[in-house]
Design a protein around this ligand. Structure first.
Ligand code: GLU
Length: 474
């Protein structure tokens, strides 16, 4: 069998992780079988259509490296095809024009409700439907039938006949509904595996009935469990703050990290492995290992994953990617200096938009108020318990020692370690105080490396300044 999969978004807005994960799984199934991945824009809901959305969808897929082999196809450009197939349905006696107004249908619905019965359109077929012509909705004539089938993810499924009803296939604006158009397109485009979100599951019995009516063989169906929001309860949605996938690009996440993270939303390879390269995913992915229950979107885990991929990046490459993310204070700094800074913060960076906060002190003197406050009222556990005069003494001693250093990293380390011994103090005290003095922050890369990159002149002048600030408050 030729494997052909598709991603069929409705261009009604931006893509978020939930939608793109569907695309990723479809892409993986195609790639691992040397098959094709097709992009189809399901733009038949004219009221919800957003023009820029198409470009946005394509930009998102390209950024993630989910290139499509065919398309984009647009359903709005294929109306005559759907009309032909609508005629076929009519010929087979499986569709009827439904000229009733929405108000009339609403009345029937209310009657059923009042009688405590579920409303089924098939119980209310018009007696003498007019011949179908464009402008009148066309409705599929369904059969009362139970279905059992195998879903590639959910396993054996079955529904009773109450799950099937007559439904509109062509609307009054001549556009087909999703329910109809996707069946025709999947057939004509030779789609072998349909992967889509759980929200379509209740509609599948209707689709099965339509396949039969049209004499179309159904493709393999794979129902993907929801991606759930942070609370683990509700489906991740734009309404509840799901982010545009391109926001992650803007914030300097790496596409390979998003791909690995999205694959792990509801899938694993049966081991503890949590991070996967694209190549590994193509090799290992299988629909059979997609879990059946919802997968929680956890931004912390995404950050952790991105941090992992950032640490793996060769410095040169990361430097190329960092353009546009530097703090404005870095504008004057040279390339070698920036690279040295990046090499230090790479360890702690979770995504590139964190670069300014993690690196600013390398380019600009930290605010005096901050340094003074952190030294006078430390938050570090050990520093907190240390007398201010003692801290001042340690800084003075460090100033003297570092003044005699050649500022190579081993020499800085040796001098600082010497001080630890001499004063019988701890890194949690001496290094913490030094860190605040030169960076204005309780956290920074390793202290000797930080001093080395900052350079002798700046390091010493910041130490002098910190001592005078602390002296004032003591
Ligand atoms: N247009 C549908 C959507 O955006 C596609 C569902 C499908 O993949 O069949 O959700």
């Amino acid at each position: 069998m030729k494997v052909r999969t598709r991603f069929a978004p409705s261009p009604t807005g931006f893509l978020h992780v939930g939608g793109v994960r569907t695309a990723l799984f479809a892409w993986l199934v195609a790639r691992q079988a040397n098959g094709q991945f097709i992009l189809r824009l399901e733009d038949t809901d004219r009221a919800r259509h957003v023009r820029e959305s198409e470009q946005h969808i394509m930009d998102s897929l390209r950024w993630l490296g989910l290139e499509w082999d065919e398309g984009p196809f647009r359903q709005s450009e294929r109306l005559s095809i759907y009309h032909e197939w609508a005629e076929k349905l009519i010929e087979k006696g499986r569709a009827y024009a439904d000229a009733r107004s929405p108000a009339e249908l609403e009345m029937l619905r209310n009657e059923s409700r009042a009688a405590g019965r579920p409303f089924l359109a098939r119980d209310h077929r018009p007696d003498n439907p007019p011949a179908w012509e464009p402008g009148v909705p066309l409705r599929f004539k369904s059969e009362r039938k139970a279905y059992a089938w195998k879903d590639e993810v959910m396993g054996e499924l079955s529904f009773g006949p109450e799950a099937i009803d007559d439904f509109i296939v062509v609307k009054s604006d001549s556009f087909p509904t999703y329910n109809f158009a996707h069946i025709i397109d999947d057939h004509l485009m030779g789609i072998s595996h349909v992967m889509r979100s759980q929200e379509f599951l209740p509609s599948i019995p209707r689709f099965l009935n339509l396949y039969e009516a049209l004499g179309i063989e159904k493709p393999a169906l794979a129902t993907l469990p929801f991606v759930l929001g942070q609370d683990g309860k509700k489906k991740l949605s734009k309404r509840d703050g799901a982010k545009d996938i391109l926001d992650y690009k803007r914030e300097g996440y790496l596409p390979e990290a998003l791909v690995s993270f999205m694959a792990s939303l509801g899938w694993n390879d049966g081991t503890e492995q949590e991070i996967f390269s694209r190549e590994e995913l193509v090799k290992k992915f299988s629909l059979g290992r997609v879990q059946r229950s919802g997968a929680k979107f956890d931004e912390q885990r995404l950050n952790w994953t991105d941090g992992h991929f950032i640490r793996q990046k060769p410095l040169e490459e990361l430097y190329g990617l960092s353009e546009g993310f530097w703090p404005e204070q870095a504008a004057e700094a040279g390339e070698a200096y920036r690279k040295a800074v990046l090499g230090l913060v790479q360890e702690r960076l979770k995504f590139l938009a964190e670069l300014p906060d993690l690196s600013r002190f390398f380019f600009a003197e930290p605010a005096g108020g901050e340094v003074k406050e952190l030294l006078a009222n430390p938050i570090d556990k050990q520093l907190k318990k240390t007398d201010q005069a003692e801290v001042l003494g340690l800084l003075e001693a460090a100033r003297t020692e570092l003044g005699q250093s050649d500022f190579s990293e081993p020499d800085i380390s040796a001098k600082l370690n010497g001080l630890l011994e001499k004063f019988n103090t701890k890194p949690g005290i001496l290094f913490a105080a030094l860190r605040i003095a030169v960076t204005g922050s309780p956290a920074s890369p390793e202290i000797a490396a930080t001093l080395r990159v900052l350079g002798k002149e700046k390091s010493l002048s910041r130490l002098d300044r910190a001592m005078s600030l602390l002296g004032q408050s003591a």
